[in-house]
Design a protein around this ligand. Structure first.
Ligand code: PMT
Length: 419
């Protein structure tokens, strides 16, 4: 599973194992995760904030009352919302006790009280402290509240004792973290996603296009991959890195996208058409740059193939999910497209606001299917994509009468955005 683009909030509490967390940050950054580090005061006695700052490429946070510029404008509320997961490594006996009792006297503990993200603890302490009934009672209480425990391992300890209480090694923590994102909702399902704009050439230097950045479609491809799908992503020209683990094709025009989709559609079980495909193209590309000879200029446009409609027409068609980017009457036009294009589901995207939709970090969707509706409220495209994939998995499982109860349950939990 991929940790790319996952927001990992690493809490470091006081313990000799804090040096291993520096290695963990390096591994997370290598895996293209976004890392922010919060240190407790005692953690700073073992490793300096500068180490984590250099490795994570972000300022290290510690005190809730630090100046805003030191935190890049992120207070504990913003930080708690930003995190996809909070991992505290090392988690000392004191930090575990503080979380059990809802203590809130530093940035790490207040963030833990605020966040809706999963919280995982990697305990690191002397074996006698770990086995002490006070610690064990605290662990049990936290587990009942949904906290996750990665480790501890047993073996030789820094103090010379042998026993349980060693922090998991960075590679074990990396694996445990990536397993968290593996929802299994679309295990072994073939999913094709289109993304980005298309470019329709007018002459060798000009084209007709739109403001799609590809972010929404790429986030959907990543979320489908995390759900266990075999993902085939086809994108128009964008400035994004190819997501890990997916089959990728880059195209330019609507006709290129149509051809790339048709070449592989037969084996797909789900088709998600997020691309902002140009409806029209110039009737012909001029062989040379058009000269500025007249006061006005007309370019005759002809219709492009409607890629999603052609997919939905096929016998043995996949489960087809469209998007509807609208500046007015979102519900009416989205439902109209759902019916006219014979889709299984459509994500209505209100693009009248400049802060969401095209070329923005955030989005909000109104998702419709025959007889049903769900609002995915404004959030980052990464989080919206995960919730959309859960909804799709749920509907896909329903329509394909898949008996896998776990898939349905996971999908419901995630679409309700619960921890
Ligand atoms: O890329 P971002 O910057 O992240 O922005 C995301 C987005 C706003 C582009 C995305 O969320 C979105 O709304 N995509 C659909 C944009 C669009 O073209 O909508 P439409 O209403 O014009 O098209 C309806 C559906 O038909 C879409 O699924 C589209 O992919 C498909 N279509 C359209 C025309 C065409 N010739 N072939 C198609 O398959």
């Amino acid at each position: 599973m991929s940790l790319a683009n996952k927001n990992i909030l690493l809490g470091v509490s006081g313990g000799i194992a804090a040096y291993k967390s520096a290695e963990l940050v390096r591994e997370l950054v290598r895996a293209h995760a976004k890392v922010r580090v919060v240190m407790t005061h005692s953690a700073k006695k073992f490793v300096t904030p500068l180490t984590f700052q250099a490795l994570s490429d972000n300022s290290v946070l510690s005190d809730e009352f630090e100046q805003a510029e030191a935190t890049n404008g992120m207070d504990h509320i913003a930080l708690a919302r930003w995190a996809d997961v909070v991992l505290i490594a090392p988690a000392s006996a004191n930090t575990i006790a503080k979380l059990t009792h809802g203590g809130a006297d530093d940035l790490l503990s207040t963030t833990c009280l605020v966040t809706h993200a999963p919280i995982a603890l990697a305990p690191a302490m002397n074996q006698a402290m770990w086995s002490n009934s006070a610690t064990q009672d605290n662990v049990e209480t936290l587990q009942k509240r949904g906290f996750l425990f990665f480790g501890p391992a047993s073996g030789q300890q820094a103090c010379g004792d042998i026993g349980e209480g060693r922090m998991f090694e960075p590679h074990q923590l990396l694996l445990s973290l990536s397993n968290l994102f593996n929802t299994g909702e679309l295990t072994d399902v073939n999913v094709m996603v289109t993304a980005g704009p298309t470019q329709e050439p007018i002459d060798p230097v000009r084209y007709i296009s739109n403001r799609s950045s590809g972010r929404m479609g790429f986030a959907i491809a990543e979320a489908a991959y995390d759900a266990g799908a075999n993902v085939h992503l086809i994108s128009g020209p964008v400035a994004l890195a190819k997501p890990q683990g997916v089959e990728y094709a880059s195209v330019k025009t609507a006709q290129d996208m149509f051809d790339a989709v048709q070449a592989n559609i037969k084996i797909q079980q789900i088709f998600i058409s997020c691309a902002a495909v140009a409806d029209y193209r110039p009737v012909a590309k001029q062989p040379n740059k058009i000269k500025k000879l007249h006061d006005d200029l007309s370019v005759t446009l002809v219709r492009n193939p409607d890629i999603i409609t052609e997919v939905a027409k096929q016998s043995n068609k996949p489960f087809v999910v469209g998007f509807a980017a609208e500046t007015q009457e979102l519900e009416k036009f989205a439902l109209h497209k759902l019916e006219r294009k014979r889709l299984d589901m459509i994500a209505g995207n209100d693009v009248s606001e400049n802060e969401i939709g095209f070329d923005n970090e955030e989005n909000a969707l109104e998702v419709y299917w025959p007889g049903g509706h769900c609002s995915l409220e404004r959030d980052t495209k990464t989080k919206i994509a995960r919730r959309l994939i859960s909804l799709i998995a749920q509907r896909y499982a329903n329509t394909h009468k898949r008996s896998n109860v776990t898939i349905l349950k996971n999908a419901k939990d995630r679409s309700q955005n619960t921890r």
